[in-house]
Design a protein around this ligand. Sequence first.
Ligand SMILES: Nc1ncnc2c1ncn2[C@@H]1O[C@H](COP(=O)(O)OP(=O)(O)OP(=O)(O)O)[C@@H](O)[C@H]1O
Length: 265
Amino acid sequence: MSMLRLENVSLRYAPGDGRSQAPLVLDRINLDITGDDFVVVIGRSGSGKTSLLNLAAGFLTPSSGRIALDGQTLSGPGSDRAVVFQDDALYPWLTAIENVAFPLRLRGVGRDQRLKEARALLEHVGLPDAADRKVWELSGGMRQRVGIARALASHPRFLLMDEPLGALDALTRVRMQGFLLDMWQASRAGALLITHSIDEALMLATRVIVLNANPGRIARVIPVNFARDYLAGVPQSELRASAEFRRLHDGLTGLIHSEDEGVAA
Ligand SMILES: Nc1ncnc2c1ncn2[C@@H]1O[C@H](COP(=O)(O)OP(=O)(O)OP(=O)(O)O)[C@@H](O)[C@H]1O
């Protein structure tokens, strides 16, 4: 099974004036993610969550420490790690199926084969009838599902998601959380997701990572079981109503709000 490993990773952005040393954004982060993990990172605004995801994606290089995929130090982005952002960034001039097929086209897969694979992926994400619709004809939740189908088209070993459900209304968001877990289970890709929502972190994670700010450090690692319970058939509503969910929710709220009042419950 694949392993994405962050070893003592620290990050400073280059200072604007070229003289003073830039502040430390992330400080000695250690994190292992395998295909069995759904790691959710939560923390106050500015704690370095997006920076962490960009490091794992290979968009940024650590100032010190090392990031390795199966023992090989990362040298940049790669199709083994697919990234999904809040703003789905689909190509508006293409249809849903053309968007999903796009990474396959970049890999040189022939037209018939890539459309066949893209159609199967759209069915997989519950959008068999949306194939020929333009992006602007789709709802926010549908667009995000197309974005995830596109991310899965390259058969990534890791799915890196930065607030992927942040722009959705509350009801769609809860539905999409279930969908993300189903996708995670079916794809067997390790997941790293960033959210501002404690509720979402608890519902999706097998492990919640709480980041402190200034500099970003891992304050707490909390193993969680609701995602696996959901996949075993327990309804989300039942899980959310459980005493254990409330207890962890209160604990995380206290932990994060002791640093900052701006994190959504
Ligand atoms: N490209 C950049 N150049 C310089 N500083 C940056 C850059 N990107 C982010 N930062 C700084 O790094 C710190 C962490 O930012 P980051 O976006 O990773 O935090 P975050 O936890 O994702 O925040 P939010 O929850 O508000 O999205 C912040 O102080 C931010 O100003």
